[in-house]
Every structure is written in C-alpha cells, then in structure tokens.
Ligand binder design. Structure first.
Ligand code: G3H
Ligand code: ZN
Length: 281
C-alpha cells in the first residue's frame, strides 16, 4: 500500500532501524524496487529526483503517477518522495502528484541563504501536509566530481534545524554521490555527534558507495533514511550489457528490461535487509 514517508521514517526510528530510499528513473525501477522490498518483507521509499523529472521532459506527473500506482499495489508499505528538488515550482507540484515528502536541496548556497530558502520551503510544505528533508554540508558527487571531504558541523546542524523547522536532515559524513564502487568510509563518531545535536532523523545520501558493514554501523550511529541510486543503475545497466554481449539480438525491449529489473530487485532485496536490520543501541 501507499503510505507516507513521515510514517515510514518514524516507524524505522522508533524501531532503531533504517529505511532505504531508492531512486526511480523508469517504470522498471519502481517495479524492481517494489519487488525487492516485497521479497525482503520490508517497507521502502521510492524517490524521484529533480534530475529524473528533467529526463521525463520536466513533467513530474507521468512518472509520479506510475510510481504511486506501483506503491499502491505493493504487498509492503511504500511511500513516494521527491528528491534533490532545487526548483520551487517542482516543490509545489508535489502534493498534486501522490508525493508525501520532498528533499529540498539548497545545499549549494551558503549557510544564511540555505536557511532562508529552506525555511520558505518548510513553510509551504507544512501548510500542505508535506514532510520536508533538507541538506546541510553539501554531499559531493552531484555533478560527477566526488568531494567526500566535506563534513556537516553538529553545532551548525542544530542551529539549522531550529531555524528552519525541517523534518529530516541530510548530512555530509563521508559518503559521496554516484560512486560505482563500495569503498567509502563514514565518520561514525560524527554521525553520533549529529544525532545527539539534532532532534530530527538524519539522512545519508550517496549510499551506493558505502559497504554493507559501514551502512549497518551508520544506522546504529543514528542514520535513519538511507538513499541509494547508483547501485541500482550499475545492476540494471550491467544486465543489459551482459545480454547484448552474450548475443541478445531481439528488438523486443522486454527481453533485456526484464533481466535488468530482476537484477535491480536483487540489489534492493539485499540492501533493504542491511539498512533495515535492528540496531543495537
Ligand atoms: O539522493 C539520492 C542518493 O543520495 C543516491 O546516491 O546514487 O550515490 O547512491 P547514490
Ligand atoms: Zn542524494
């Protein structure tokens, strides 16, 4: 069934677990993510990034309607989230699209401008029953270049949450977007310090590059929402490449998309189990 991100995050946090959020680009992504979560018997968040909306011609509705329909039909609780939104018009289209939560990303701005933009986004979101995540301390790799050196300061994070009223905070703790190898090392002491400093749940971006043990430790240290995108595309595209390299010659896209969707589902089944494992605190 379709549920809200607020519920899934609150339940995960109360249970001392993480909840995984996977990026949807195509319908096959949404279907494969739901299938993987069903196989593991865990809830999941389907997230559509501003980038993915741009890929679909700037039109949110077709992909969000399809994603929400997949969520409604799923055997496990699934929510739909808008990810890395910088455009105010896209933010305000969220509640017309079956989306219960948005990550508003003003992290490229300096601290004061980030606070001002995020505070406006929160005011709109809370007036429209939308759960709002924001980011402080830019997680690198959004433009392809990895910058894992950036870190979120706990004191600044506490002030940011107090000044903006956000529902969740994405933090820079060592991960970086778009990594195709799982070699990132996280600063777990910093995650614990951030958890102690802020009252809202913490979000890890760029989780594709983080090894299983590091992800489990991040959840134990205080990360609740774990965003994963690239790892799905590595599996999806790898399956298509293998099909072609092994002589796949049919012009029917279902021949290779079905394999790609299955491989993606297998990654999801594994990752939701890692993220959803009980923590020990
Ligand atoms: O917001 C999306 C995530 O941060 C995904 O990052 O593609 O590096 O896993 P990733
Ligand atoms: Zn991200």
């Amino acid at each position: 069934p379709l549920v809200t991100t607020a519920e899934l995050v609150a339940e995960a946090r109360a249970g001392g677990r993480g909840v995984a959020a996977f990026n949807v680009i195509t319908l096959e992504h949404a279907e494969g993510i739901a299938a993987g979560a069903e196989a593991a018997g865990t809830p999941v968040i389907l997230q559509i990034s501003e980038n993915a909306v741009r890929y679909h011609g700037g039109n949110l509705l077709p992909i969000s309607a399809a994603t929400a329909a997949v969520a409604r039909a799923a055997a496990v609780p699934v929510s739909v989230h808008l990810d890395h939104v910088e455009d105010g018009d896209l933010l305000r289209s969220a509640c017309r699209a079956g989306v219960s939560s948005v990550m508003f990303d003003a992290s490229r701005l300096d601290y004061a401008a980030n606070v001002a933009a995020t505070r406006d986004a929160v005011a709109w979101a809370h007036a429209n029953d939308v759960w709002l995540e924001a980011e402080l301390g830019e997680v690198g790799g959004k433009d392809g270049a990895h910058a894992p050196g950036v870190r979120t300061d706990p004191g600044e994070a506490a002030a940011f949450v107090a000044e903006t009223g956000v529902d969740a905070l994405a933090v820079a703790v060592g991960s970086s977007h778009a990594m195709t190898s799982r070699t990132a090392r996280l600063d777990h002491a910093l995650i614990e310090a951030l958890r102690a400093a802020v009252s809202v749940p913490l979000v890890l971006h760029g989780s594709s590059g983080v090894p299983d043990e590091e992800l489990g430790a991040a959840v134990r240290a205080g990360i609740v929402k774990v965003n994963i995108g690239t790892a799905l595309n590595v599996a999806f595209t790898g399956a298509v490449r293998e099909w072609v390299e092994h002589g796949g010659a049919s012009s029917d896209p279902r021949k290779y998309l079905a394999r790609a969707r299955d491989e993606l589902a297998e990654v999801v089944r594994h990752m939701v189990a890692v993220v959803g494992q009980h923590s020990f605190y």
